[in-house]
Design a protein around this ligand. Structure first.
Ligand code: PRT
Ligand code: ZN
Length: 286
C-alpha cells in the first residue's frame, strides 16, 4: 500500500512561508518552484499541493490531499469533515468585531439589528446566536475593513493581527470572537500506511516545538553551591556536572523552559552561578 502522504499548503499568502519552513525544519527536502502546483520531497514520502487556503479543507475532506495546513479560522468557518491533527503555533491572529472609532460601545447588544460585514459568516452567526443578538450579516470576500466607510455596513468582523488595518480605517476592536493559529488538518479515514507516515512527520514537528520552548544552559559554579543550583534546574533528567581545572569549581549543563526563563536565571545567579551561557536547541527528542 502507498505510504506517501499528500500535504496541501497555501500557494501564496500569510501561511506559505511558515508552512514550508516547518517542512524544511523537519529535514524534508523539497524544491518549491515558484508558480508550481505540485512538488515531491526527495527524502520523505510526502508530496505537496499548492492551493488557495479556502480550498484546502474541502480537498482534505474529499481525499485529494491527506493533510493540509490552514488557519484555524478557516477550518472552523468551512465546517468540513476533517480533523485537526496538530496545532502549529504560527500565524496567530484573532477574529474580532470592530466599529467606527467614534462610536460609543457598551456591550454586545450594540450589534442588535446592525449590519456587519465579514468573510466569516458562520463563525459570526454562531457567536451572535450564543449571545442572543440578531444582526444582518453581509458576507464579503475581501477588503472588509472599508465596508463601514462606504456605507455597506455599520461594523465589521475581521481578522486582526497588529490592529493597524482597523486603526487606519477609522475602526476600533470591541469583541474578540475567535483566536486562531495555523493548524494541520487531516482526512478522517487515512490508511494505516499513511497514518504511519503522518506519525513520523508529527514526531519531527513535536521535537521542533519542544526545542523551541527550551534552552540549553551552561554555567560555572563553586562546588559548595552545586546542591542549591541543582535544585533550581529541573532539566530533562538531572543536570550534567563536570569538573573544571580549578577543583573548587564545576561546570553545570542543563535544559530550561522558556516560560520561566528570566526568573530561573536570576535564581541561579543568586545561588552563586557565574559565566552563564544560554544557547538555542535545534531539536529535542525525549
Ligand atoms: O489567496 P488565499 O485565499 O490563499 O489567501 P487569503 O488572502 O485568504 O489569506 P491570507 O494569506 O491573508 O491569510 C491566511 C491566514 O493567515 C488566515 O486565514 C489567518 O489564519 C492567518 N492570518 C494571520 C491572517 C493575519 N494574520 C492577518 N493579519 N490573515 C489575514 N490578516 C489580514 C486581515 O484580514 C486584515 O486585512 O491582515 C489585516 C489585519 O492585520 P493587522 O496586522 O493590520 O491587524
Ligand atoms: Zn483565502
Amino acid at each position: 500500500m502507498e505510504n506517501k502522504i499528500r500535504l496541501a499548503v497555501q500557494k501564496s499568502g500569510r501561511l506559505s512561508e511558515g508552512s514550508m519552513k516547518l517542512i524544511r525544519d523537519c529535514g524534508i527536502n523539497v524544491s518549491n518552484g515558484i508558480g508550481k502546483l505540485k512538488a515531491v520531497a526527495s527524502n520523505f514520502p510526502i508530496e505537496f499541493l499548492f492551493l488557495r487556503d479556502d480550498d484546502i479543507p474541502g480537498y482534505v475532506q474529499d481525499n485529494i490531499a491527506d493533510i493540509g495546513i490552514i488557519g484555524e479560522n478557516v477550518f472552523a468557518e468551512k465546517q468540513k469533515e476533517v480533523a485537526v491533527v496538530h496545532r502549529l503555533g504560527f500565524s496567530r491572529c484573532r477574529l474580532s468585531l470592530a466599529i467606527p472609532k467614534t462610536a460609543k460601545y457598551s456591550d454586545i447588544s450594540y450589534f442588535q439589528d446592525s449590519a456587519i460585514a465579514t468573510s466569516y459568516p458562520n463563525l459570526l452567526r454562531t457567536y451572535l446566536e450564543g449571545k442572543g443578538v440578531k444582526a444582518d450579516i453581509h458576507e464579503i470576500s475581501g477588503s472588509v475593513e472599508i465596508a463601514p466607510s462606504i456605507g455597506l455596513a455599520d461594523a465589521v468582523c475581521d481578522i486582526v493581527s497588529s490592529g493597524s488595518t482597523l486603526f487606519t480605517n477609522g475602526l476600533k476592536e470591541v469583541e474578540t470572537i475567535f483566536r486562531s493559529e495555523a493548524v494541520m488538518i487531516g482526512n478522517k479515514e487515512m490508511s494505516a500506511e499513511k497514518k504511519e507516515t503522518l506519525n513520523q512527520l508529527l514526531f519531527r514537528i513535536e521535537s521542533l516545538q519542544k526545542a523551541k520552548n527550551n534552552k540549553y544552559i551552561l554555567l560555572n559554579a563553586p562546588k559548595d553551591s552545586v546542591d542549591a543550583i541543582k535544585a533550581l534546574l529541573p532539566g530533562m533528567k538531572s543536570p550534567t556536572i563536570m569538573p573544571l581545572a580549578d577543583e573548587n569549581w564545576v561546570s553545570i549543563h542543563s535544559v530550561i523552559n522558556e516560560n520561566d526563563f528570566w526568573a530561573q536565571i536570576e535564581a541561579i545567579k543568586g545561588a552563586g552561578a557565574q559565566g552563564i551561557l544560554v544557547v538555542p536547541i535545534e531539536k529535542m527528542v525525549l
